[in-house]
Design a protein. Sequence first.
Length: 171
Amino acid sequence: MALFTASKQYDSLESLFVDQLRDLYDAEQRLTKALPKMVEAAHNPSLKTAIQQHLRETQGQVKRLERVFELMGKNAQPETCEAMKGLISEGETVLSAKGDPNVKDAALIAAAQRVEHYEIAGYGTARTFAQRLGKPEAARLLQETLDEEGATDKKLTQLAEQSINPKAERA
C-alpha cells in the first residue's frame, strides 16, 4: 500500500469518464513519443510502414480526445497512465535487444499488440460511458478511435502470421 498516494474520488459517472479520458490522453501522448523508436527498430518494411501509419493515426487520436474534452466542457489534461508507462517500458526492452532482426520484429509486434489491446479496452469503456452520459458526439469520436485501434491490431496480426512469424521461426 502506498503511503503518499492521493486517493481519487468518483462522485459521478461523468467524473469517472473524465478520469478515463485523461488516462487515455496521457497514454496517446506517450505513444506518439515511443512509436518513432519502434519505426527505427523495425526491420521488415511492411512493419515499418504499419507503425508509421499508426503514428499518424495516434496523432489524430490525440486531437480527437481534445475534441471530446471540449464537448465535455473540460480542459484536455493528461493524468499519468501507469499502464502505458509499463507497456512502453517493456517495449523498450525489445528495442535494445540483440539478436535476429526477424525475431526482433516478432517481438515488436507482440509489444505493439499489448498496447493495442490496452487501448481497445480503454476506448471501449470510454465510449460506453459517453453513450450512458448522453454524449453521442463524444461516443462517435471514441468509436472512431476504437475502430482504428482494432484495425491496427488486425493488421499487426496479419503481418505476424503471414510474414514475420514464419521468418522468425526459421531464424
